[in-house]
Design a protein around this ligand. Structure first.
Ligand SMILES: Nc1ncnc2c1ncn2[C@@H]1O[C@H](COP(=O)(O)OP(=O)(O)OP(=O)(O)O)[C@@H](O)[C@H]1O
Length: 251
């Protein structure tokens, strides 16, 4: 089996001596489309912060692309698109092209040193998310769903191996949510990008993900969407720490 993109062994993390993650053993297999679910305050953001190297575990080991956190340097291989991308300041005076080019500035240094190959990369990333017609449109004039795709393009310019998305469809309308998941499948299946998606929308997630992880201080579940869907209200109430009532949607 290919080496995991992220692996955690017995990870514990506390804010002000209060453990928010305990004994986490976790593997994100290369090529997976993983949905990370769990109740508010369950530790999802903290787990993401560990993967992004923003915090270090109090105990246990984190490995990224086969390297211990302390030795890992290929940060541009890990892309992150936050929920905040949806509420991007509409008045910010930058075009789609400029926003996507920001993904490369860390590597290239300064915009004026962009070469032809960089410009091609930027346009390719914009094309990948279906926004080429809008390359020179101001980001503030786009819908939430379109802005979201632009922020994904900004991560794609670095050819990431892992893309982490935090509540990406909050505030996005149904049609754009569908297009968004189409894009994720294309990135995952055609380009082999491993995806980790944090969401409260477990219904949609079980339709799309290859793996589901449920976190509430400890890992309560790690399995296939079919297994997650077959859990009972009792199982879910145990994971979430409060009563959960399943609602069946008619399609
Ligand atoms: N910087 C911080 N200092 C102190 N406590 C924090 C800090 N960040 C988070 N916490 C606490 O840690 C716990 C886990 O928070 P975290 O944000 O990781 O959960 P989450 O699953 O992402 O929640 P949500 O679904 O609401 O975004 C919560 O109880 C939260 O209040």
């Amino acid at each position: 089996m290919a080496e995991p993109v992220v692996s955690m062994q017995n990870v514990t993390y506390a804010y002000e001596r209060k453990n928010v993650l305990e004994h986490i053993d976790f593997e994100l297999p290369k090529g997976a489309f993983m949905g990370l679910v769990g109740p508010n305050g369950g530790g999802k953001t903290t787990l993401i912060k560990l993967i992004l190297g923003l915090i270090e575990p109090d105990r246990g080991e984190v490995e990224l692309l086969g390297k211990p956190l302390g030795k890992f340097k290929e940060w541009d291989k890990i892309g992150f698109v936050s929920q905040k991308a949806n509420s991007f300041n509409r008045g910010f005076p930058a075009t789609v092209y400029e926003v996507v080019s920001m993904g490369l500035t860390a590597k290239v240094g300064y915009l004026k040193f962009f070469k032809k190959k960089h410009k091609e990369k930027i346009l390719r990333a914009i094309n990948q998310v279906g926004m080429l017609d809008y390359a020179h449109t101001n980001i503030g004039n786009l819908s939430g769903g379109q802005q979201q795709r632009v922020f994904i393009a900004r991560s794609l310019v670095n050819d990431p191996e892992l893309l982490i998305l935090d509540e990406p469809t909050v505030g996005v309308d149904v049609e754009n949510v569908r297009r968004f998941y189409d894009l994720l499948h294309q990135l995952n299946e055609e380009q082999g990008i491993t995806l980790l998606l944090v969401t409260h929308d477990t219904g949609t997630m079980t339709e799309h993900a290859t793996d589901i992880v449920c976190l509430n201080r400890t890992l309560h579940f790690h399995g296939k969407p079919e297994e997650y869907s077959s859990l009972t209200e009792r199982d879910l109430s145990k994971f979430y720490g409060h009563p959960v009532h399943l609602v069946t949607h008619e399609h």
